[in-house]
Design a binder for this molecule. Structure first.
Ligand SMILES: *Cc1c(COP(=O)(O)O)cnc(C)c1O
Length: 372
């Protein structure tokens, strides 16, 4: 699905130097590279504060902790996302409320959010799924009207840009009160281990968040809030500094792959290619097609037999997972999510794909539909 090795070989000289300089400095924890990376990412995103942490799941947890939510407060998010988005809500004793998604973008659906809002709703967590921004302008309007905080899960969309109707544009993760991302190796901006970060334009909140990620302390051994231990390693920060310089180029390469797929599939009626919403760029964390439910698993198997990995993100909606059965939802509550889980298939997508690979993959996909 991703080819991290080819990308490493291409960047090897810079990456190896970056790692070697950390080894020589021996500043493994909170070394200068961590702050430098945060500042460089701040500039890239056009946001006042980036606070790094240990992974994307921690970023979401720390974000919800920093908002001072109390047990029983309600948090609305989508049922069509990676489990991390909802896990932290439950772990903090908050009440998880799910909304359905839009069938064309797979992102959170505004009317469904509107229906889920109650006087106890304190936060909404839109997920910029597969690399394209959720409908942030209508969502922010709705949230502001109800006094609700918006925390963006931008783990799959670091580098995507959202355009507002007044023609201003902002980077994913810098629109809500806090943005949360992951630097897991397969993400568009990935390190060589675990990593994550929070973004915010609110300086007071940034200071609180920084404290929470460091055991709730600003001054050593004086603990003002209950915190966690969540740090980005210096070695990972050094790697991310190199990779950040290439992020736009990686995302452009992903877009070229998506265009190749689109063109190859445009005469196959059974394939719906990813929709591009005019308000957002798409950075193709995943290239996810929809096919008729009855052929999806057979297509996946056909591709695997031809040596092509294909993945189902996500096969089971969150509300149908055993761990979340206590929420009391059923498949009919979110008809679009339930349908997508039966129809989606993600094809190999990364910045290093060659035309030969793409030709082979698209021919194998076409052969499946032509021989049916
Ligand atoms: C990857 C991911 C996360 C979690 O990131 P980790 O760094 O693996 O903890 C959260 N939300 C979404 C949507 C993700 O894709």
């Amino acid at each position: 699905m991703v080819d991290l090795k080819t990308q490493y070989i291409r960047l090897k000289a810079d990456i190896d130097n970056a790692i070697a300089s950390v080894l020589e400095s021996a500043a493994f924890i909170r070394g200068p590279e961590v702050r430098l990376f945060e500042e460089e990412l701040q500039r890239y995103l056009g946001v006042r504060n980036v606070i790094s942490c240990a992974n994307g799941t921690d970023a979401l947890q720390v974000a919800l902790m920093s908002l001072g939510l109390k047990p029983g407060d309600e948090v609305i998010t989508t049922g069509f996302t990676f489990i991390a988005t909802v896990e932290v809500v439950e772990l903090l004793g908050l009440k998880l409320v799910l909304a359905d998604v839009d069938p064309s973008t797979y992102n959170i659906d505004i009317p469904s959010v509107e229906k889920a809002i109650t006087p106890r709703t304190k936060a909404i967590v839109p997920v910029h799924l597969f690399g394209q921004c959720a409908p942030m302008e209508p969502l922010m309007t709705l949230a502001e009207r109800h006094g609700i905080s918006v925390v963006e899960d931008t783990a799959q969309a670091t580098g995507a840009t959202y355009s507002f109707s007044d023609s201003t544009a902002k980077k994913a993760g810098t629109i809500g009160i806090i943005g949360c991302t992951s630097f897991f190796p397969s993400k568009n901006l990935g390190c060589y281990g675990d990593g994550g970060a929070l973004f915010t334009n609110d300086d007071a909140l940034a200071s609180l968040i920084r404290g929470i990620t460091n055991h709730g302390m600003k001054v050593k051994y004086y603990h003002e809030t209950i915190g966690v231990n969540s740090r980005l390693d210096t070695i990972q920060a050094a790697i991310l500094r190199v990779k950040l310089r290439h992020l736009d180029e990686f995302n452009e390469a992903r877009n070229r792959v998506a265009e190749f797929y689109d063109n190859a599939f445009n005469d196959i009626d059974d394939i719906k290619v990813p929709h591009r919403h005019p308000d957002s760029t798409h950075i193709f964390h995943q290239y996810t097609i929809r096919v008729p439910a009855e052929s999806r698993d057979a297509l996946k198997e056909h591709l695997e037999n031809e040596g092509i990995p294909a993945m189902i993100y996500y096969p089971v909606p969150l509300y149908m997972q055993k761990a979340y059965s206590h929420l009391g939802y059923s498949a009919d509550d979110f008809p679009v999510t339930s349908m997508l889980c039966n129809e989606v298939l993600s094809l190999p997508m990364h910045s290093e794909m060659t035309e030969d690979q793409l030709t082979y993959i698209t021919e194998r996909v076409k052969a499946f539909f032509n021989n049916k």
